[in-house]
Design a protein around this ligand. Structure first.
Ligand code: GDP
Length: 438
């Protein structure tokens, strides 16, 4: 981190009604003196002209937050100016011409907040998710993370651990090593068991948390021409459901992002299933099956109008629904249809509403009752490692030194979780998720 004063357009791309330019660093007071001619009252909105070298640039609403009681912990100011492209450009270019000022990079304001102890790493992650949240459930989860829910839980776990460690340390300092008193042992073991239980409960809900954050995956499988892409397009055309359609198109996998009742869902179309050995098509099919193995739900499509029925080892998948397609082409024989969970026509639209409603119920039931604390692989890995060390400490309970060492590892895991130690490797990847101006 350098000591430059940084600035950025923090609001969306102009033209807009209002544009917000944010500045943080040691030169903020100088900027205010130069452009306003005075330092406005802290934390009050002040209407003022912004001028430079005798030229009036705009009439702005100015907010000044002296450090350390600011977002970054440094002096911060905000100019709320008219949101026209040329207005924004003029103000940014004046700021860029001042000594000691430069344009901020993506996430740099948040980076400074983190470095000055204003936020822990989980809050940074939550803030990043909050800015990217597309659905209601993503928003709620990100809000909790950004406002410290995981951090508070980690603090309680840390206190539990400190207690167990200090019991051991006290004993190591005063006892003659030979026998660990029973009473101490049982107290330490009880504390470790209680902490392990809390961490295991948290780990158990990781999958739901991860899906709430990054979206559930529903994958379409079936022979070529069975109607997979038609179904994908029919769903995408119901514009209530669609969030974005451009993401993730590859040679053989096409996905649309849906908002199903507030839950983020990725609906993925695959290469047609066919028994081809080797070759490009075979590779596409192999990848489709592999991806389907990881998906939350497989929709196995079957053309009612011809015999395309696929044999699929359903054990390989978490959940499979059989969908009969092209219902508009057949005179339905109820006997023949009982094996399907849903009967649809992407052309007439019949059955689509029922299917979408069931999909919504499916994703909401998957997470129901959970309020997951963790939602990133990073959280999962660290807590898993913490639990393993707790397990090891229980095996080592004959030797207090070994036990203390195991608990030190647990302590490190918790410190890494909130970013108190060893954050260097993570910072660039986490802050790269941010946009400029945050
Ligand atoms: P995919 O290879 O499984 O993706 O199949 P497509 O979605 O490309 O569909 C193959 C053909 O079936 C196309 O000509 C579609 O127009 C047609 N088709 C798809 N769904 C329906 C449907 O519900 N009714 C009818 N009549 N034709 C359909």
């Amino acid at each position: 981190m350098d000591d430059a004063t940084i600035f950025a357009l923090s609001s969306g791309a102009p033209p807009a009604g209002v544009a917000v330019i944010r500045i943080t660093g040691p030169h903020v007071r100088f900027v205010l003196e130069t452009m306003l001619g005075y330092i406005p009252e802290p934390r009050y909105a002040t209407l003022s002209s912004l001028a430079f070298m005798g030229e009036n640039l705009d009439q702005a609403l100015v907010l000044f937050f002296p450090g350390p009681a600011s977002f970054t912990g440094e002096d911060v100011c905000e100019f709320h100016i008219h949101g026209g492209s040329a207005v924004v450009k003029a103000v940014l270019s004046v700021l860029g011409s001042m000594d000691g000022l430069r344009m901020a990079e993506a996430g740099e304001f948040t980076w400074r907040a983190f470095m000055h102890g204003k936020m822990d790493l989980t809050a940074v992650e939550g803030l990043s998710d909050l800015l990217q949240a597309e659905t209601e459930m993503q928003r709620r989860q990100a809000r909790d993370m950004a406002f410290g829910r995981l951090n508070q839980a980690a603090e309680i776990w840390r206190e539990d651990l400190v207690r167990a460690r200090s019991l051991i340390e006290a004993e190591l300092d005063f006892a003659d090593e030979e026998d660990v008193p029973e009473s101490l042992q049982s107290e330490v073991v009880a504390a470790i068991l209680a902490l392990r239980k809390k961490l295991n409960e948290t780990l158990k809900n990781f999958h739901a948390g991860e899906r709430l954050r990054s979206g559930f995956e529903i994958i379409l499988l079936g022979a070529p021409n069975v109607g997979k892409s038609s179904l994908l397009n029919a769903v995408a055309r119901r514009d209530v459901a669609i969030v974005s359609s451009e993401a993730g198109t590859t040679r053989d996998l096409v996905e649309v992002h849906l908002d199903l009742g507030g839950y983020a869902v990725r609906l993925v179309d695959t290469a047609g299933l066919r028994d081809v050995e080797g070759g490009v098509e075979g590779e596409g099919i192999r990848r489709a099956r592999e991806r389907a193995g990881l998906a939350d739900l497989v929709l196995l499509l079957d053309n009612l109008d011809s015999n395309t029925e696929q044999s699929l080892k359903t054990d390989d998948y978490k959940a499979v629904w059989r969908i009969g397609t092209k219902a508009d082409l057949i005179d339905s024989d109820p006997q023949q249809l009982v094996k399907y969970d849903y009967i649809i026509s992407s052309i007439s639209g019949s059955g689509l509403s029922e299917l979408l409603e069931s999909l919504e119920r499916f994703v909401s039931e998957t997470t129901q009752g959970y309020s997951p604390l963790i939602n990133r692989e990073r959280h999962y890995r660290l807590l898993k490692q913490a639990v393993e060390s707790l397990d090891r400490s229980l095996q080592h309970h004959i030797s207090l030194e070994l036990m203390a060492e195991d608990l030190r590892v647990v302590s490190d895991c918790l410190a890494r979780l909130v970013g108190r130690i060893d954050v260097e490797d993570l910072l660039s990847s986490i802050f790269a998720e941010f946009c400029v101006g945050k």
